[in-house]
Design a protein around this ligand. Sequence first.
Ligand code: AMP
Length: 218
Amino acid sequence: MVYVLFGPPGAGKGTQGARIAAQYGVPTISTGAIFRDNVAAGTPLGLVAKDYMSRGQLVPDEIVVQLVKDRISEPDCAGGFLLDGFPRTINQAEILEVMLNEAGVRIDGVLDFEVDEEELIRRLSGRRTCGKCGATYHIEAVPPRKAGICDQCGSELEQRADDMPEAIRTRLREYQAKTSPVLAFYRERGLLREINANATPDEIYARVEAILGPATVG
Ligand code: AMP
């Protein structure tokens, strides 16, 4: 099973990706999460990605493409995978298509999570994440039991640098200019599955399940 999770920042790709991965037993490849881990660990990749990310800009295609190529050739991806946050440009989509063709892998579908811009800004500006275990909260919609503390592991919650107002504006502009054209690319190939994601995580997940069919694990 190979699906692309598509949509603007704040659409719920990460939340839904984690649920799909747990239910269907496939890994989620989140390029953003891989970059954040590298930034935190101070690796050479992290040092390159950091400035683009904190400004809300896309990291150059050649860097992202190589990272995905390496990741999908790892053994845990043999039975399928989810791509979260990749491809984000037409060029990335074209390279991915060649890469998967060479590997004899087919994309089953592209789940497009559609959310109004006002709602995206509300979600992104209220988002808090645990830097240690990766759990995600929202100060109003999904607050932790104790303010600022992760329910799962007790660590302090953080606000992502790119969830600050100026970076949010840049990310939404980048999405409109560079990422949304990728929708037409997949629509032409008959792979696009549109999901109204102006809803709660449970409601959105029910719509996802209706598309994916019954889970094989869990
Ligand atoms: P995300 O967690 O998907 O919102 O990604 C966070 C940031 O990582 C983005 O704003 C970009 O700076 C960078 N990034 C993640 N995926 C990509 C991609 N496919 N192409 C370019 N930059 C990316």
